[in-house]
Design a protein around this ligand. Structure first.
Ligand SMILES: [Zn+2]
Ligand SMILES: [Zn+2]
Length: 372
């Protein structure tokens, strides 16, 4: 007679190297450490960086790893001394949280100055071996050390709304913090309408900017961009870079005061610079991998008072802000509807394929779904 599985048996998706199929390891679920918590993962978003991992574009750490960095789940167990989230909100068993698996040490120079994404002790490319408890989201139970930021999700806020743009919304929030002020006479141009571009569109639509112009591919995604705040869209598939620049100059009357690169293609860098108005700012959010270089004219930067701003990672508060934005806007913007594909954990590879193909707006896996 079959024995019912232990409700606390963990199953984790494990990456064992580029080109190798994912493995699913059954493990005993570890108790949470003092000050930490164990989360029953409800939903884990698939990110473009997961595609890069499987395709070998990121360095393999040399040992099997768990992964997944966009997780929402319920508190299954609280470690000794843990009774609140990172914002001080009381936490009880069964509460849902949104957490940031790749947390910093909180004590090194980078962490102290607000760059925990560049932590010297726990840089993002250092991964916990798969046979140890981890905060990774592609598993049934995630174990959060006290240094992992977690924020309670209010009961009125759907999990899918929090994950609608995945890690892209915290990324865009970090970018807007580094960008600085947006005035009512500013035009914002966004290159790309993948999750980072859409997240930037949402935030741009909340500024005072008079215009938000989104350049991207895919009718469906451009429609979503309009729903999230774009005042105009330019279809990438229907013109040349010169046509796009002309259209931006026509719409803005002189170029974008802010251009946000969220395309992830090196060609977007020069195209973005060419679209800037005098005193314009180019915010780079999407060029975080690869090693291609491009020539550009520094005299143009000097003589037109341009600024180029890079942005990698965000403060833990960006996860809190993501929860608050989802709470406030999920109904008005139908944010939960942006999750257009859901897979069980054991079909994670198929889920990642949908992101590689760009065939969905947001893909998630539901690690505990098959157990229902
Ligand atoms: Zn990501
Ligand atoms: Zn650190």
């Amino acid at each position: 007679m079959p024995v019912a599985p232990d409700p606390r048996t963990n199953v984790a998706a494990v990456f064992t190297g580029p080109g190798r199929p994912l493995e699913y390891w059954t493990q005993e679920c570890a108790a949470p450490p003092d000050g930490g918590m164990t989360i029953e993962v409800e939903m884990a978003g698939v990110c473009g960086s997961d595609v890069h991992r499987l395709d070998g574009h990121q360095a393999y750490p040399g040992h099997p790893v768990t992964f997944g960095h966009e997780g929402v789940g319920t508190v299954a167990e609280l470690g000794a001394g843990c009774d609140r989230d990172w914002a001080g909100t009381p936490l009880r068993l069964g509460d849902r949280v949104f957490w940031q698996p790749n947390g910093g040490c909180l004590h090194c120079r980078q962490c102290i100055v607000g760059n925990s994404a560049m932590c010297e002790r726990f840089p993002p490319n250092v991964k916990v071996p798969a046979d140890q408890p981890s905060a990774a989201a592609f598993q049934r139970f995630a174990v959060l050390a006290p240094r992992i930021a977690a924020f309670r999700i209010p009961p009125d806020t759907p999990s899918a709304a929090v994950l609608a743009l995945g890690c892209a919304l915290p990324t865009a929030l970090g970018g807007f913090t580094r960008l600085g002020e947006v005035e009512p006479w500013h035009s914002i141009v966004i290159q790309g309408c993948g999750p980072v571009g859409l997240a930037a569109t949402l935030l741009a639509g909340m500024t005072q900017a008079r215009q938000v112009i989104v350049i991207g591919a895919g009718r469906g995604r451009l429609e979503v961009a309009k729903r999230l705040g774009a005042t105009a869209t330019i279809d990438l598939d229907t013109g040349s870079p010169g046509d796009r620049r002309e259209r931006v100059l026509e719409l803005t009357g002189g170029g974008g005061d802010v251009v946000i690169e969220a395309a992830g293609h090196i060609a977007a860098f020069q195209e973005g610079l060419d679209m800037l108005a005098v005193e314009g700012r180019l915010l780079i959010l999407g060029l975080f991998s690869g090693s291609t270089t491009v020539p550009f004219n520094p005299v143009d930067i000097n003589n037109r008072n341009l600024r180029i701003i890079g942005s990698l990672g965000a403060q833990p508060s960006a996860r809190m802000s993501t929860v608050l934005l989802a709470q406030r806007y999920h109904a008005a913007l139908n944010l939960a509807d942006l999750v257009t594909a859901r897979f069980p954990l054991e079909e994670l590879e198929a889920a990642i394929d949908t992101v590689r193909e760009g065939s969905t707006v947001k893909t998630v896996v539901e690690p505990n779904r098959s157990r229902a």
